[in-house]
Design a binder for this molecule. Sequence first.
Ligand code: ADP
Ligand code: ZN
Length: 604
Amino acid sequence: MNEIKKPRKQMVYFYIILLIILFAFNFLLLPAISQKAIPEVDYGTFMTMTENGEIGSVQIQTNQILFTDKSEQKIYKTGLMNDADLVSRLHDANVRFTSQIQNEISPFLTILLNWILPLALFYLIGTLLSRKLMEKAGGANSLMFGMGKSNAKVYVKSSDGIKFEDVAGEDEAKENLSEIVHYLHDPSKYQEIGASMPKGILLVGPPGTGKTMLAKAVAGEANVPFFSMSGSEFVEMFVGMGASKVRDLFKQAKEKAPCIVFIDEIDAIGKKREGNIAGNDEREQTLNQLLTEMDGFEGNTGVIILAATNRPEALDPALTRPGRFDRRVPVELPDLKGREEILKVHAKKVRLADNVDFPQVARMASGASGAELANIVNEAALKAVREGRAYATQKDLEESIEVVIAGYQKKNAILTDQEKWTVAYHEIGHALVAAKQTATSPVQKITIIPRTSGALGYTMQVEQDNHYLMTKTELENQIATLTGGRAAEELVFHEISTGASNDIEKATKLARGMIARYGMSEDFDMVAMENVRNQYLGGDVSLDCSEETQTKIDSQVIAIVKKQHEKAIAILKENREKLDELAQHLYKKETITGEEFMEILKNA
Ligand code: ADP
Ligand code: ZN
């Protein structure tokens, strides 16, 4: 995102000033110096010398008279007198005389040198100085010079030549946005029929899903300028600065229309205005200015505003009403196919082995965003370089998924032997419970190599295809799988450890969701007791019910988890031999694949 900067003019100014100084020296100072050297005589001497015929030639200038002796060797000067007979006397004395203006400066030049040059000089020095000061003081002090003219900042950014084909997956979003591209190409078709484009389009989705890329791609496809600014950049220290930036931005945009204006993180200015006393004046003024600007131009001026946010629910309703950001384009986390395509797009930038299995990598990276997938490919390439290879392999990619998800391997982790056994049984417990419930391979990979994220081992789940709905049984099975780790520890060591905290958290969240959100309990039927807040940022929930209900929910959550925990213990008890065999295998090898796991499980 390189801003297009104005060329540096300071060196040019410097040379101009230097030239002026030289010019002044040549034309003002030198003549003065050279004339100083001519001896001055009084007018009487001049008259006497004329009468005595001691003068060779005379030159009458506007303010003095220069004359030479008979031999024309010596030059003298004298002041000018109101002497009417001078000409006739000189003629009588047979002297060569002229009134030629030789060393004189023309009136035009005089004006130039006396008036325009000093003015220009002062102006140049002034602008230079103020520029220097502005640079030093940054934006805040520009208040002194330009009253928040945002330092004549140019908001046009490069769209980096990004086209729709560079944004993998996200087909719905692209389809939606291609209408804008058509419109920018040929507005007349839309104008004829009387349709006007929406002024604002809101791209909503989790971080790193390509919202900025999509906005750039719209500009790139339509081949129009791309104005971009982040919401947080508008919020300044001084009240009114943000508003003036908004004004500037739209002024520049309107001059360059058709164009795209992209406002990232619009929630930074567009948050709901609340009636609290200590309101944020600056933010509100900025938002108001944005609303005014959006109302101020007609639908067909060709300025299209795209804005991105991952907190759409926090936006002020005034922003989302028709006529402003009335169209909402979801940019979701990529599904399996989307992940594969994103991997392929980024794989073009690095050198990879020919036999890389993209579908497999995409399956392993379930839940990863576009930005994370880009990172995975890059990590793989880095690893290849680190190990002195010319290209990255499938194994590098798989390893870098783990790096991105769980952190780097801890090289010299200090697990005691007992801990290592515990982790091995714990992980196999998860996998075994999962396998017994679904009768398919539940895992991609199990490893007990500690990671920098703090995980002592983990089980990488597989995702064979896209899953949009979860049945009640599936949810229950998932809870059972989550309790499987702890269940194995209990069964084998008759002792429990802290290693299950993450499992406990996830199991509780699922069970609570079943009751309070998905209406899967008989007592509460289809009543929502929970609200999801930041859907795209982790999804915190807030309870929305009376205290008694809360108590009831809690006891039901406990009942669900308990039932599944017991189920898990039962499954493991039934398969105790397999549990031991698999745990020993994992202990020895530290990492096993899903296939190895299934093979041991199926062997009678
Ligand atoms: P957002 O604005 O949604 O937070 P960005 O557009 O800034 O995300 O994406 C960040 C990076 O992630 C991009 O530079 C790109 O490398 C990668 N990326 C994200 N989504 C995609 C996608 N759909 N196709 C290709 N690359 C993607
Ligand atoms: Zn676990």
